[in-house]
Design a protein around this ligand. Structure first.
Ligand SMILES: [Zn+2]
Length: 276
């Protein structure tokens, strides 16, 4: 029915073609369609009110459903967003925002200088898309094998969306209030181990998740730091969310890191404040 309605055909906004920071180099045909695998390019269509509401619903965001549903409608060449690198997902969220609301974004920021007040700073999201770093600088298949100082070989990969969802569900389900110091230490250990664990796909010949977790928990701190700095390094691609602004109070040049939080990122730049 909707395919025959000329009103809807005229409504469909063109959107934009973008190239994934990962260029889809290491994606299977279950993750993106074959044409995307050729050059990493895909088309992003604007959101409608329906997708906009999905992206603003906290429970749907935490479960990943908001992104699954929105990408299915707006970026149909993506087949399984949960398995995509989280840096690609961040990049696509910026592109989605741009094609839906335009390039301009306003953020409120208060500097740390004396008598600083909150000001609005406007910037352009095109710079995030243009300055995005492609994956080759930080990750190639030969970087996936790390030989630790003790001789063990660890196979790693960049974080995927599923890892990010699991991590945020773990951290929101941890109740720090009322914990004993010992419980706190245990919870922090779980967060540290849980934070790098998903990036590890194999240790020596072992791929069993439980064995890998047990091994990580027994790993001495210097080896943990060695491992996490290597994992950090392979994740350094995608959009750089830094904006240069001049403080309106003291005139200092500042770099603000814009958080890619869908709840604040997916709001209209000029939406009127709702007063009660
Ligand atoms: Zn200032």
């Amino acid at each position: 029915m909707s395919g025959l309605n000329p009103l809807l055909q005229n409504l469909r906004l063109p959107g934009e073609t973008v190239r994934l920071p990962s260029k889809a180099l290491y994606y299977s045909s279950e993750i993106v369609t074959d044409d995307v695998k050729k050059d990493g390019e895909l088309h992003v269509y604007p959101m409608t009110t329906y997708e906009e509401l999905l992206m603003k619903t906290p429970d749907l965001l935490y479960s990943g459903q908001a992104i699954i549903q929105t990408f299915a409608r707006c970026i149909p060449q993506i087949l399984d967003p949960l398995q995509m690198y989280s840096k690609d997902i961040d990049f696509l969220l910026i592109a989605l925002r741009k094609v839906t609301y335009g390039s301009e974004i306003t953020i409120n920021y208060t500097h740390t200088c004396e008598d600083a007040e909150e000001h609005e700073y406007t910037y352009n999201v095109d710079q995030f898309i243009r300055s995005s770093k492609s994956i080759e600088g930080s990750y190639q298949p030969q970087d996936s094998k790390i030989t630790l100082k003790n001789g063990q070989v660890v196979t790693v990969r960049p974080f995927i969306l599923q890892d990010v969802i699991d991590a945020s569900q773990r951290s929101t389900s941890t109740q720090f209030d009322g914990m004993s110091e010992l419980e706190f230490v245990m919870a922090m250990k779980d967060i540290i181990v849980g934070g790098i664990g998903p990036a590890i796909t194999q240790v020596d010949e072992v791929v069993d998740r439980e064995m890998i977790t047990e091994w990580l928990e027994a790993l001495p701190p210097p080896l943990i730091s060695e491992l996490s700095s290597k994992i950090d390094k392979i994740n350094q691609f995608g959009a750089i969310m830094d904006v240069e602004v001049t403080c309106q109070d003291c005139g200092e040049k500042l770099t603000i890191n814009v958080p890619l939080n869908p709840q604040s990122f997916f709001t209209l730049p000029s939406a009127p404040a709702i007063e009660n």
